[in-house]
Design a protein around this ligand. Sequence first.
Ligand code: EPZ
Length: 420
Amino acid sequence: MSSYIIKGGNKLEGTVTISGSKNAALPIIAGCILNKGKTILYNVPNIHDTQMMYEIIKILGGTVQKKKNKVIIDTSKISKYEIPDILMHKMRSSVIIVGAILGRYRTATFSYPGGCDIGARPIDLHLKAFEKLGVSMSKSYGKITCECLEKGVIGNKIDLDFPSVGATENSILASVLAKGKTVITNAAREPEIVDLQEFLNKMGAKIEGAGTDKIEIEGVRELKEISYNIMPDRIETGTFLCLAAITGGKLQIEKTNPNHVTPVISKLEEAGCYIEVQKEKIKIEAPKRLKSIDIKTMPYPGFPTDMQSIMAATFTVAKGTTLIVENIFESRYKYVQELNKMGAKITVEGKSAIIRGTRKLYGANIKATDLRGGAALVLAGLVAKGITVIENIEYILRGYEGFDEKIRKLGGNIEITKAF
Ligand code: EPZ
């Protein structure tokens, strides 16, 4: 396992370019399976999670050619419909590929993805949606086989008990080539779902309503070869906003979409940051010391759960006490114990974290517990007095392209070491 070695104390200043969105790229890569042929994707982040999706496509029989952030995916020769266990367990979000395989091949087999570092991560809403679309399911030895061989996927009404991002995306992917119309209500409204709709409609799908809680998909018979540019990553954008905020720095964040991070911008302004928004740019100038705030995570357009740990780290050194309530995942505070080893004063009570602001954090040997929790530790290391060593940074490499390199370019003292 690799580690980051960070020497705290530098302000981050300068210009950073945001990469393509991990959480838009993953369902769009899955969506390439719906078209029998080649798809060209641009601005795809070069991270472990996209690499994992390429491995699945190749194991199913497709081909993937990658040149930095351009990827050509050819699915014409896919002949297998079972997602390998190891990849299902390594990356839970690979369940997103099931809807696409089902939509095109009318059968798919995958193993129960199981829980992970931030919660149980059940897939009951995905399976209920598939059943609504005429899919029959058999389960044995931890594997689930979905089939709708005779009639294929039949459009239907799907009402989600919770606006699950993955269940919304899987329902869309399974319905694109269905017979008839599918209407998803209580759908998730995240921008990544809008990007998925734009991508699929460019291929010839007939989808409308993404970004609202009602999405309608008119099944079509076939799709065509296209190229598509992935939207910028809003959580990476929020992460760099917080990197400026916590180090008292001044950043220009480019190639991003400020409209996707409104809740983060307003909270950082409330905390005393000066933020200027332009079309694809955000300028942020942080005060010497942040004022405390309160945060409740909610489905989009509420405050994003993926920014919860990063904001918690940011406010460990603020003036006053910050209250965070995590309403989306049931165990997304694993990083707290690591921050407290650095002198943070955080108490977790059920869904809430109470953060009493302190003047100083101190370098320590700590471990990343998950992707966003790991990013939170990097922020803390950059302001801590002394050296911080963060182990298990593979979690962070899953979701941030060139993270340490981008931070070094902004004046952060961070190095990566490869484990032997
Ligand atoms: C997506 O995960 C994102 N991942 C997550 O980002 C993000 O935190 C999450 O949406 C919420 O915004 C990708 O897009 C690849 P959900 P997903 O289904 O789809 C429960 C990151 O750091 N639920 O909206 O798995 C679930 O347990 C990652 O980039 C069910 O109960 O999230 C959770 O409590 C982490 N049954 C809540 O819904 C289901 O069938 C939200 O989950 C599905 C979900």
